[in-house]
Design a protein around this ligand. Structure first.
Ligand code: FAD
Length: 303
């Protein structure tokens, strides 16, 4: 029986495991793909105290750090259910059931793709999802943001301060973002909103050079020359398996947590991109993992 069983091996899960293990309690980790989203990241410039690193390098250092403690890491294992009896039971795809006094869910999220030619090919070569991470790479250049919801419009406002010209491509006839954000971009001279735009392809040679979209009102295709494409059509938490578990999710599928990282299921905590945390970043997930581990430890000593 684990004192703390962490599900997930990204920044949040590893931070939770280190904080738990440092309390001298029996800590386990169940991880589908070790390293999480960070493994897909080339340059990281916002890990405070580390001006530049790369995803695989950062996660190798994190793994070396975890391995300094006694943590049972079960890699290549996917959790498919969680329930509470006397103990918390985490059921894996392979049929095994792990038992723990507390659990920390740190299963992360994935970006929704537009699924057009060029999107995968040019990932890290001009196609990205994160304005906070990659915006500065496009200073003085022309970029597009795909998606006119809150995250898309926030990205456009953010990028307008750096890029030369920002095109927002919204599939629907109207933007879905809050009115205050829409008012803000109206006032920005270097942002052009294109509605009814169905993205067709992202093209280039070594790097992104253009985006092609179809005007859904006229069925005409248009191509814009640019160097960056920010896909902002939603972050999907990896929580579908929790739907009937008693761990409450919000309407976006995010695990609802309190200020101690506690979920609605007693003894179950959560951290990182899979939660209602307002912002989704490495450093924020690491902080949240630490909070959840300390929350779980507090819970244990009160049992
Ligand atoms: P994740 O990193 O998503 O990790 C989730 C973990 O849970 C993985 O190990 C996964 O395999 C595992 N898992 C999922 N489901 C299950 C299951 N059912 N059972 C077992 N394990 C499971 N942030 C920055 O701060 N700076 C950047 O420069 C930056 N660049 C980015 C670039 C890209 C391309 C992407 C995609 C994201 C970037 N981000 C960046 C965001 C950052 O990567 C995330 O905020 C961070 O990784 C979230 O950490 P996490 O631990 O919550 O989740």
């Amino acid at each position: 029986v684990f004192d703390v069983l962490v599900v997930g091996g990204g920044p949040a899960g590893n931070s939770a495991a280190i904080y738990a293990a440092r309390k001298g309690i029996h800590t386990g980790m169940v991880v589908e793909t070790y390293g999480g989203q960070v493994m897909d990241t080339v340059g990281i410039e916002n890990m405070i105290g580390t001006p530049y690193t790369e995803g695989p390098k950062l996660m190798a250092q994190v793994e070396a750090h975890v391995n300094q403690y006694k943590v049972d890491i079960m890699k290549g294992q996917r959790a498919k259910n969680i329930r509470k009896n006397d103990l918390i039971e985490v059921e894996l795809e392979n049929g095994a059931v792990l038992r723990a006094k507390t659990a920390i869910l740190a299963v992360g999220a994935h970006w929704r793709n537009v699924n057009v030619p060029g999107e995968e090919e040019f990932r890290t070569k001009g196609v990205t999802n994160c304005p906070h991470c990659d915006g500065p790479l496009f200073a003085g250049k022309d970029v597009a943001v795909i998606g006119g919801g809150n995250s898309g419009i926030e990205a456009a406002i953010d990028l307008a301060g750096l890029a030369k010209q920002v095109y927002v491509l919204e599939f629907l006839p109207e933007l879905k973002a809050d009115q205050v954000l829409q008012d803000r971009i109206q006032a920005l001279a270097n942002v052009t909103v294109i509605k009814n735009a169905a993205t067709k392809a992202i093209t280039g040679r070594e790097q992104v050079e253009a985006i092609t979209y179809m005007d859904r009102a006229t069925n005409e295709e248009h191509t814009i020359a640019l160097e960056g494409v920010f896909v902002q059509i939603g972050l999907v938490p990896n929580t579908a398996w929790l739907k009937d578990s008693g761990v409450a999710l919000n309407e976006r599928g995010e695990i609802i947590i309190d200020s101690h990282g506690a979920t609605s299921l007693e003894g179950v905590f959560a951290a990182g991109d899979c939660t209602t945390s307002a912002y989704k970043q490495i450093i924020i997930s690491m902080g949240a993992g630490a909070t959840a581990a300390l929350g779980a430890f507090d819970h244990l000593i009160r049992q």
